[in-house]
Design a protein around this ligand. Structure first.
Ligand code: NAI
Length: 273
């Protein structure tokens, strides 16, 4: 099914981080942004680009790919400078869709964390958001009424034990969204938000231990069911559009109602013999 196009991003220039493969939320955002008339560059860590899958997306969206490790200020500076040159002006929207925890990857328990890994988790999954916005500000790379979005998860507020140190990274990510949202609002009229998405079957998602059970539980707890990647992409598009100009410094739940549900009938029924 193809999506309706409303030209919501006509004339807007963007940078999209984090499209690894077709399952990636960022991949869907890129497809939808293209359909809505935006021009943008795609970026990912050099190591993630080696698979080459992103080239199919780039071709489809008529976008150039610029390698950048989101923890490197030098890479980010190059990314913003090159993007402005390629796209022919300042940037209107940025999607930060980046998450990685070496502790999760290596199966380290939260109470037996490796602190070098923990630092990496925070640097890649949270500080990179600060670095991205600081670089954009220093280069004066954002247009007024621009929009910056990062993707988060409800483990920032509630405990999901197997989410491990990513929970702490998401709390920091959301806090940076608020703090930098204030700064960019005052100085540039740019809005900054995080979107807290339902569990979604992607490479990053399925790295979490017991993810299948996790995703089914969330689905049964949510009155509307889990929100899919394409619906998350649609929400991101509205956040980049001029229809949401005064929404800023928010953590916005895109989760089918999960975050406000104590328990659902479906879940109760599982416990009633
Ligand atoms: P994904 O695995 O497709 O995307 C994660 C991306 O982060 C990859 O493209 C990866 O290459 C990139 N990345 C890792 N280290 C990097 C670095 N140093 N520099 C630049 N990029 C780097 O998975 P997904 O699910 O699309 O993840 C996107 C975002 O959505 C992440 O922030 C994730 O935490 C968040 N999210 C995912 C949920 C899920 O269940 N899949 C639920 C809620 C939020």
């Amino acid at each position: 099914m193809s999506n309706p196009s409303f030209n919501l991003l006509k004339g807007k220039r963007g940078i999209i981080f984090g499209a690894l493969n077709e399952q990636s939320i960022a991949w869907k955002v890129a497809e939808r942004a293209h359909e809505e008339g935006a021009t943008f560059t795609l970026t990912n860590a050099p190591i993630a680009l080696r698979m080459g899958e992103i080239n199919n997306l780039a071709e489809k969206c008529n976008a150039q790919v610029i390698p950048a490790d989101a923890t490197s200020l030098e890479d980010l500076e190059n990314l913003f400078s090159q993007s402005m040159e390629i796209l022919g002006g300042k940037i209107d929207f940025v999607l930060h869709s980046i998450g990685m925890s070496p502790n999760v990857r290596k199966g380290k328990h939260y109470t037996d964390t490796n602190y070098d890994f923990f630092h990496k988790t925070l640097d890649i999954s949270a500080l990179s958001f600060h670095k991205t916005m600081q670089t954009a500000l220093k280069l004066d790379a954002l247009n007024e009424w621009g929009s910056v979005v990062a993707l988060s998860y409800i483990a920032a507020q509630r405990v999901f034990p197997d989410y491990n140190d990513m929970a702490d990274a998401k709390s920091l990510l959301e806090s940076i969204g608020r703090s930098f949202g204030y700064q960019l609002g005052v100085s540039k009229k740019v809005r900054v938000n995080t979107i807290s998405q339902s569990p979604t079957m992607t490479t990053a998602g399925s790295g979490v231990k017991g993810f299948d059970g996790f995703i089914s539980y969330a689905d049964e707890m949510s009155p509307l069911g889990n929100a899919g990647a394409i619906d998350c992409a649609n929400y991101c598009i509205t956040m980049f559009s001029d229809l949401t100009k005064y929404v800023t410094m928010q953590n916005l739940f895109h989760d089918g109602g999960f975050s406000n549900t104590g328990v659902s009938q479906k879940v109760i029924d599982r416990f009633n013999g």
